[in-house]
Design a protein around this ligand. Structure first.
Ligand code: PLP
Length: 415
């Protein structure tokens, strides 16, 4: 089976078409490059349909149609049952806060919410805030032996009063992938809903909200080759049950409108429609059967992406494993089943900032810190070393770029 058509992939990102000795972008878990086709659609929207939706004149109807296309294509990307299960908003942080606020009226003393401690603070703080109204928040901790969240550690936290289990599908620090369907099945068996942060997963693997049966799922489009904009998925009946976050007269069944106060950004929502189109085209060039559906093409694209990313991760992990002065944080293996190519490490006797600053002049964009997963980094005892050094790949990175990082690290660590 043919692998990823890397030349095609790179050609679709304007930022990657410049000087071959230019910047290597390895901060993709922070934010990916954007597709040229997304930029084109944003420009198209703004030049030909930049009016308010909801009126009866033709341009307004075109604008509304474009917004609907954004929803429908994102629904296809994540396998939602219907387009109105896709809620757009400015960021995952805001979407999570919105859901926590919208759920708050039906939670009170005695109710329990389980929250993982390995998440970005965006998916911890809003849930911890429910304590103010008497909700009991229980923490699901990192398992030190396996360096991931273990379902067996979740079990004893669940009780007849557990209303919600909140967790990340993939840590933004070290890329370990959690078994979302298994965790969801366990939570459902105990009568709890699940809220999943897919921000660090969605750029790398096929999202399948229906297959996994998750209740809510959130991710950021600026990490999935799109603009600064975010998606909240909710099962229709779950969204129906959330409290209105818009004007008092907005009816409970106006979905997703009641969760998009003031309207979402139209041009960015339309721009997002180009992302699945790109993945369909990539799939067609990377092994999808021509007779396959658009969703099958997207799946083929992600299969090819997973293989390519495993190769990239292995090139760097092989180097990291070979260095006695380096401790890999998270899985030391490159298997695409276990991890995405977000790699973190610390260097004995060096602050993480000093390693990254030594790399900066070599035109390789990596970074250090806690990446707002502060509780995890503190639990790992790494706050004092300025967190971790993180290099995070996307599918458009090349093997040569991975080698450039290894060479740069070798030089930086020699001084
Ligand atoms: C895993 C994870 N969750 C949530 C967020 C917050 O996303 P946003 O910047 O869209 O609010 C981030 C951002 O880096 C993240 O990495």
């Amino acid at each position: 089976m043919p692998g990823l058509d890397l030349a095609f992939a790179r050609s679709q990102f304007p930022a990657l078409s410049g000087d071959p000795d230019g910047w290597v972008f390895l901060d993709n878990a922070g934010g990916s490059q954007i597709l040229g086709s997304v930029i084109d659609r944003i420009r198209d929207y703004l030049t030909t349909s930049n009016v308010q939706i909801g009126a009866s004149y033709a341009v307004s109807m075109l604008a509304a149609e474009r917004l609907r296309e954004g929803q429908a294509k994102v629904a296809e990307l994540i396998n939602a049952a219907r387009p109105d299960e896709v809620v757009f908003g400015p960021s995952s942080t805001v979407m999570i806060q919105t859901v926590a606020r919208a759920m708050a009226p039906r939670l009170g003393p005695g109710d329990e919410v389980v929250v993982s401690r390995i998440d970005h603070e965006a998916n911890i703080g809003p849930w911890v805030g429910l304590q103010a109204q008497g909700v009991h928040v229980k923490f699901w901790d990192l398992n030190r032996a396996s360096m991931t969240l273990e379902t067996s550690d979740l079990e004893p936290l669940l009780s007849a009063r557990t209303r919600l289990v909140v967790f990340t599908q993939t840590t933004n620090i070290f890329g370990a992938i959690l078994p979302v369907a298994e965790i969801t099945a366990l939570a459902h068996e105990r009568g709890a809903e699940v809220f999943v942060d897919g921000v660090a997963f969605a750029p790398h693997r096929l999202v399948d909200v229906r297959g996994w049966d998750v209740d809510y799922y959130v991710f950021s489009l600026y990490k999935v080759f799109g603009p600064h904009h975010a998606v909240l998925y909710g099962k229709y009946e779950r969204l129906l049950a959330l409290a209105n976050q818009s004007h008092h007269f907005v009816p409970a069944d106006r979905i997703p409108g009641k969760l998009q106060p003031g309207n979402p950004n139209y041009e960015l929502s339309y721009g997002a429609s180009a992302i699945p189109d790109y993945l369909v085209a990539l799939g067609a060039r990377s092994g999808a059967s021509p007779e396959g559906s658009r969703r099958e093409h997207i799946a083929a694209a992600f299969d090819a992406i997973a293989d390519h990313e495993e190769m990239l991760a292995e090139r760097v992990l092989a180097f990291l494993r070979s260095r006695p002065d380096i401790r890999i944080v998270g899985p030391a293996v490159s298997s695409g089943e276990v991890r995405v190519p977000t790699l973190s490490f610390v260097v004995n006797g060096r602050r993480s900032g000093s390693v990254v600053r030594a790399i900066d002049p070599m035109k390789i964009g990596i970074r250090f810190g806690d990446f707002y997963s502060r509780r995890l980094v503190e639990d790992l005892g790494l706050a004092g070393s300025e967190g971790v050094v993180r290099a995070s790949f996307a599918h458009y990175n090349t093997g040569e770029e991975a080698d450039r990082l290894v060479a740069a690290l070798t030089t930086a660590l020699a001084v």
